[in-house]
Ligand binder design. Structure first.
Ligand SMILES: NC(=O)CC[C@H](N)C(=O)O
Length: 439
């Protein structure tokens, strides 16, 4: 048995558990996450800065820690509240235990809490603040602490989690040096197999390499087939290589790495900018598209950023925004946001595409939402709604190349159903770029 730790909610509820990781005392917002796996991604999602996360799934840590699953350079949340930590993780990828991970990054953990009961409390009363401590306060001391716990606000957390300097994001890059291939048909053909194919005899045993250019085979169907395949592969590869021309500027409000990776995987060149970069600086770099990332805190605490996003809104550069980015775009376009009773955090939130009627299961992590009626019908139209509570999950801005979503198409953790939205963004950038070039 480890030593005791306590969770004191702002309504005076006292829960006793066991201390894991750091023994630091913290006050923060207490929110719950219903994901069954993906705890390392949750721990390292910067959008949790200023919040302690309660995991409803009862066993955490069973597959250990694989550092490549981290969604940012470190955990940013205030504390981690679980029912039970697995003592012996088992997974071939595991490099550490979750307990060590919390200690290493000085994050207080508390186990032995009835997290499902706690979640019911948070659902009934709404998100509350709380203190996580290893001190055994007397009842009257707790009463005296409550005003301080209640008064806690996450405040300006974006500037804490954003990158300090602009950088090129290369994580998840393809293993072929695409930039060298651009425009070079010879190199692309080489990459595409140069018209050579392996022909099999009727028994399915490899016979040998056939070349489209072999003079001995000239005019034969086999040579023609090899030449056709070379052509198809060339078209495929050149399309991919052409996308390398697409330069995406990401405004980092607390970006999850998989947003960067999702763009790099689609052949984009990604530059990440600190949250306080001005619109002028970004536009001066002439990106083909701008991505507004996820991030922590109340969107209304981002006054200066909203002014800069307004400038981006007024430019003709395509914009795709996720979560906090979606909220900031709504505020920049004259709309409003509000705090949800207890938010959406998990990997099973159904969202409906209002155009097609199709429902996607999405990964979510947000406590605020866009009041879609606050945006004039001539400014934007709702694109997605949450099937559970009808709240807004996405907007399309009219007369603009801007679309935004409240959920997380980058997943990590959670379902990847909505990853196609990155493809939509790529197509939008390609279209706008070719229109411009046509001018
Ligand atoms: N993941 C996010 O970007 C969260 C946005 C915002 N901090 C909210 O809680 O609503």
């Amino acid at each position: 048995m480890g030593s005791a730790a306590y969770l004191i909610l702002e309504d005076g509820t006292l829960l006793k558990g066991e201390s894991v990781g750091s023994r630091r005392e913290v006050i923060s917002e207490i929110v719950f996450n219903t994901s069954m796996t993906g705890y390392l991604e949750v721990l390292t999602d910067p959008s949790y800065a200023g919040q302690a996360v309660v995991m409803t799934y009862p066993l955490i840590g069973n597959y250990g820690v694989s550092f490549e699953d981290m969604e940012s350079s470190r955990p940013w949340l205030s504390a981690f509240i679980v029912r039970e930590f697995s003592r012996i993780p088992s997974n071939f990828r595991s490099e550490d235990t979750i307990q060590n991970f919390l200690t290493r990054y000085d994050i207080p953990g508390i186990s032995g809490i009835d997290t499902r009961a706690l979640t019911k409390t948070l659902r009934n009363r709404g998100t509350m603040n709380g203190m996580i401590t290893t001190r055994d306060y007397a009842p009257e001391e707790i009463r005296a602490l409550l005003p301080r716990i209640k008064a806690y606000r996450t405040g300006d957390v974006v500037s804490r989690v954003s990158c300090r300097e602009k950088y090129e994001f290369t994580d998840g890059g393809m293993n072929v040096p695409w930039p060298n291939l651009v425009g070079s048909r010879v190199e692309l053909e080489e990459e595409a197999g140069n018209g050579r194919r392996t022909e099999k005899n009727p028994a399915g045993i490899a016979e040998g390499i056939i070349s489209a250019d072999d003079p001995a085979l000239a005019g034969t169907p086999i040579a023609q087939k090899a030449a056709d395949e070379r052509e198809q592969a060339y078209v495929r590869l050149s399309e991919k290589a052409a996308r390398q021309h697409l330069r995406v500027a990401v405004m980092d409000f607390g970006m999850k790495r998989n947003i960067g990776r999702s763009l790099v995987h689609r052949g984009c060149r990604v530059t990440v900018y600190p949250a306080w970069t001005t619109a002028d600086e970004i536009l001066a770099d002439q990106p083909d598209g701008i991505m507004l990332s996820n991030g922590p805190g109340d969107p209304k605490d981002c006054g200066e950023i909203i002014r800069q996003v307004r400038r981006l809104y007024e430019s003709d550069v395509p914009v795709f925004a996720i979560c906090l980015g979606h909220q900031l775009m709504a505020l920049a376009a004259g709309g409003d946001t509000y705090k949800l009773k207890y938010g959406h955090r998990g990997g099973n939130h159904p969202v409906k595409d209002l155009k097609t009627g199709r429902v996607y299961i999405s990964s979510q992590n947000h406590g605020y939402a866009v009041d879609e009626k606050s945006l004039g019908a001539d400014v934007a139209r709702p694109a997605f709604r949450n099937v559970n509570d009808g709240t807004n999950e996405g907007m399309t801005y009219l007369g603009k190349n801007i679309f935004t979503v409240q959920f997380h198409p980058e997943a990590c953790p959670g379902p990847q159903d909505s990853g196609y939205l990155f493809d939509r963004f790529v197509r939008m950038m390609e279209r706008v770029k070719s229109e411009k070039e046509g001018d």
